[in-house]
Design a protein around this ligand. Sequence first.
Ligand code: ISE
Length: 349
Amino acid sequence: MTAGRSGAQRIGVIGAGVMGADHVNTLTTAISGAVVSAVSDVDLERAKAVAAGTSDAAVFDDPRQLIISPDVDAVLVASSDRTHEEFVLACIAAGKPVLCEKPLAPTEAGCWNVIDAEVVAGRRLVSVGFMRRYDAGYAELRRIVAEGELGAPLALHNVHRNPTCPPNQPSAMLVTGSAVHEIDATRWLIGEEIVSVAGFAPRRSSLVVGDTQDPLFLVLQTTGGTLVDVEIFVNAQYGYDVRCELVAERGAVTLDAPAPTVSRNASAVGRAIAPDWRQRFSDAYRRELQDWVDRLADGSGLRGASAWDGYAATAVAQTVLAALASGERRPVVLREQPALYRRCHPPQE
Ligand code: ISE
């Protein structure tokens, strides 16, 4: 892999919205061995504003020009979900590693196009931004499962709450944009594929602006029979709250939001709660980016979620939507895993 004269990986960032801007800031201030060399966005002024926070990033209005720029070694895609497939495919065609924010693509067919292209390229270029894999709490849960410390995993209870969502957000996005994290985390924590799903739409919160169905409940089952419930509630008002409890044969472990301080005041004990996912998972994002940059530099092979993981997560999410629409539990049918992924990164990697 080539790198700039300084030896740093030159990263081009596509998308200068909330997540793109956050990644540019993290790459610029907290990651060693990388510089942001280019930024693009549909809104050129927004791209310029974000690039202004870097040492000298070029601004592109056409992401395709950014991808083929000789000053870009690797690409981070943080544009809107429906554009991911196109830009990831262009990166593969240019032979450049790409870290794509989740979802890899909102449709199974879109994810499969990426897999096809990567298989033809014959090497792993694509990583998917399932950053919870880099969160210390999730990593500890995974270790406990993998080492069998508490026996077999029987159940996972998950809570995923955002304070608010945009007015009239499509209800499907609660699954494809939010629950997709629990879907990936389940596969990664338990080390098994999800084989069946069910979805439930309870009473809608009256505080939802528009017609989004919120909350939603999901039930997932893995090949070994672990049952996983997920509450997705994106208008919970009070903050960003992600929790997970593993129930195993000989004990249970709860993952809760880390808080540096506990306050005691007015006859109550309280911990601060993050306003959104950027604060809650800031360490995980930093570790994810540092690991990606380090592995680009030393050529030791990419870790983190692969295109196969991105495909599997979207396939499960789409089956959840079908289950919600039909009111029935549905089997998840995955295509056969290409040898590239069996060799390089099995599901639990
Ligand atoms: C948001 O788009 C994210 O990416 C967050 O990781 C997720 O937790 C949140 O629910 C989504 O709205």
